[in-house]
Write a protein that binds this ligand. Structure first.
Ligand code: ATP
Ligand code: LTN
Length: 328
């Protein structure tokens, strides 16, 4: 039987965070062993909000190097740059014309991000349709994402179901793949907020390329509480619970094992243990990153990914055009 297919993408909006690593990349590393895996750089999604051109280009290069440095195996994954496959935008347009303004305006991420500026773009609204195109083009079975993206995978399903009903069976209906642990790593300074690449508060966000001393400092000064005991209690001890999530995700342990291990620890000792694991893991990634960043191998990987995905996408595109009536 053919392997099931997984696909996911990250936006090159900044150096990726520990949240991205735990919520998306580590999951993809597990997936590469059993699935036909496609991983891309969602650069066209990154321009839905203002971003400087040179910064974007630099982020793209860094992200591909980080994928590999984190353990994404280019032999087991098809890796490509979204903007190098023109079918995504074309397919997205055809899907947009089968998507309602109302359902897009109800998306949580759109509501949050559109609040930040009075002049938000139309792309910010139609962003989930481009994401649906990314997913549906490849007959994806599973989409590994953090919990914040679940709604977008659900709208991709709705769009696929609607299109299939209207034009006949065209798309596979994808499912989100969400980890139980560490689904949402929160900001170290404000643990009620998601740790986000584009966050302004640097102190609360660990980036994969932060200096290891800085990483240690950020963890040691993470916001906690006055309870004084290590419990997993997101409502009353969000900071400690977040550190537990980070620890267990990096150590591949269960919550119970961690709670047992730190049952007699004070916050200082616990934070030191979390900092040790994080520094240890990120240092290895940084060393590999430094070896890779100027290597031509990265371009070869993206070239191969572009050729392969353009072939698959063209097939879907042609089928859609025929069904919709975009033909002579
Ligand atoms: P931005 O700040 O630009 O919105 P982001 O940091 O939220 O970016 P994305 O590129 O939107 O990151 O997300 C890439 C992947 O990482 C998605 O699957 C998302 O669900 C996951 N992810 C992002 N932040 C976290 C987090 N704090 N915890 C767990 N998973 C996360
Ligand atoms: N919207 C996602 C990035 C993304 C994606 C996708 C994820 C774009 N296209 C397709 C999974 C599948 C994000 O912001 N994390």
């Amino acid at each position: 039987m053919d392997k099931k297919r997984v696909l996911t993408g990250l936006q090159p909006t900044g150096v990726i965070t520990l949240g991205n690593y735990i919520g998306a990349i580590k999951q993809m590393i597990e997936c590469q062993e059993k699935y036909d895996s496609i991983l891309f750089i969602a650069d066209m999604h990154a321009i839905t909000v203002p971003i400087d051109a040179d910064t974007l280009a630099k982020n793209i290069r860094q992200l591909i190097a980080l994928y590999i440095a984190c353990g994404i195996d280019p032999k087991k994954n098809t890796i490509f740059l979204q903007s190098e496959n023109e079918y995504h935008a074309n397919i997205s347009w055809m899907l947009e014309c089968n998507t309602y303004y109302g359902e897009l305006s109800r998306m949580t991420q759109f509501k949050d991000k559109s609040k930040k500026s009075a002049n938000f773009t139309a792309g910010l609204l139609t962003y989930p349709v481009l994401m649906a195109a990314d997913i549906l083009t490849y007959d994806t079975d599973f989409v590994p994402v953090g919990i914040d993206q679940k709604q977008h995978v659900e709208i991709a399903r709705d769009i696929a179901i609607r299109f299939n009903k209207k034009y006949g069976d065209t798309f596979k209906i994808p499912e989100p793949l969400i980890r139980e642990e560490g689904v949402k790593i929160t900001d170290l300074q404000d643990p009620t907020k998601k740790m986000s690449k584009s966050s302004e508060n640097q102190k609360g966000v660990i980036r994969l390329l932060d200096d290891v001393d800085v990483i240690r400092k950020k963890i040691m000064s993470a916001t906690t509480d006055s309870v004084g005991k290590i419990n997993f209690d997101v409502d009353n001890q969000p900071g400690i619970s977040n550190l537990i999530n980070i620890y267990i995700s990096l150590k591949n342990k269960t919550k119970e094992e961690a709670l047992e291990e730190f049952s007699n620890s004070n916050y200082g000792n616990f934070k030191t243990a979390v900092a040790d694991v994080a520094v240890n893991e990120l240092k290895k990634i940084q060393d590999r990153f430094n070896e890779l960043i100027d290597n031509k191998e990265l371009d070869d990987i993206l070239d191969a990914g572009r050729e392969k995905t353009r072939m698959i996408a063209k097939e879907k595109y042609d089928i859609m055009k025929q069904k919709i009536g975009l033909r002579r």
